[in-house]
Design a binder for this molecule. Sequence first.
Ligand SMILES: [Ca+2]
Ligand SMILES: [Ca+2]
Length: 503
Amino acid sequence: MRRWICALTVCLLLLTLTPAWAETKRIDTWYEIFPRSYRDSDGDGLGDLQGIMEKLDYISGMGYTGIWLMPVMASPSYHKYDVMDYCSIDPEYGTMEDLRQLTRACHARDIRLILDLPLNHTSTRHPWFIQACDALKAGDVDCPYVDYYVFSDQNGGSMVPLDDSGWYYDEQFAGGNMPDLNLASETVRGEIASILAFYLQYVGVDGFRLDAVTSYFAGKDDNIAFLRWLKETCEQLKPGSFLVGECWKGLNDIADYYASGVDAFFLFPVSQAEGSVCRALRARRPGEMFVSEMDRLYEALPDVLWAPFLSNHDTGRTVGSLQARQNLPRAKFAEAVLQLMGGASFTYYGEEIGMVGAGADPNKRLPMLWGDGRETELPPGTDRVEYAYPSVEEQEADPNSLLNYCRAVNALRKAHPEIAGGANRWVYAGDYAVIAERSEDGVSCLVAMNFSGSKTQTLTLDGLYTLSDEVETGKEHADVLWQRGKTVLKLPPYAVCVLKAAE
Ligand SMILES: [Ca+2]
Ligand SMILES: [Ca+2]
């Protein structure tokens, strides 16, 4: 009897603990963290999982509802994209118990947590690879681990010689000591399914960011088929889990990859100096350019969840791409455009305080500038350290800071879910000012943005609208006036506001 009561209690707990996002469509505002450079909890100079725990209230308070952790599994490199044990946490970052605790703490704040999962390759120090190489050198081609990688006795392409054994192995990321896994092997897929189950069910994370999905196989169709298998496997293990893929390609390729059923793919064409947002902000007619860029996205990617971002750990940071070191309003406005363009947005840590970094990879992964003297060590290989804007501590205290602006934009996004998830219709598309109507489930609002950093735009809209929300970029405020059944809207430079139809 007691056993039955226990079982019933567990069932009831499971029922009550099922979070809302498992039942309903939920679009998150994601935050990407490089744990090594984020927050150090034990004073060894390296950021760690307990450090992220310390900052969950900060992350949540900023309005981010999802966290993507860059790789945390055991690895010999500082970046940890070359895994040597998929089911243990790198000791620099902590323990598996720390990750479980972090996951629970995220869920307590209604934050979803996803892990970076590099499946294209492992480290050369992974025991699978070591055993395969030892076997081949000893002439044992039947060792089961040989089939885990792509070995051949033929050189060419991306093949790398295995010492002087006469064998070669495939390595798509040349020189990184990262041999490619043989993802066609059923045994390897079995290992991967166990890893997915371990993290989704035992640790409790909410999904994965899939690294380098275009390198899985030589052909796109094979990559898409493998991604479909990954998505279906995750869905069986944990319904509602979230997968986002790194397909560093143009819009047409990204559109093809959505056929895999993976929830979203990063919108590389939106990101970086030459992407939609930065290009629009630099254009002579920025509003017009933005609308044409967005229309290109709607045409290529209708009816799928977008994953727009401005920068990540592999790209130059946004303030540099925008040449906004001395132009705080422009840095703010770019962040608003990202958060209000629709889809599941991704913000790289430090973007909310305008950190800069370009060139060598470590420069793009600098210590988060908390301002309390507890910053982490520089990543090895850093050759330029620059902070264009003040620390978190200073920006928290300044109502006009980028940090407080980002917090306000995220709050605006949250207050009007139709902005992230609704259908888009252009109400006004001028050289500078743009107004989009977003509608979802019978709720709609207008999002107005002035892409000019110097000129106030005044426009007239059919119908009566009221100002619902505004994020203040400068000293002037947006304003509405009603005249003969029309609304006259005044938008100061870089103004962003939300209008609702008058009752
Ligand atoms: Ca540490
Ligand atoms: Ca591969």
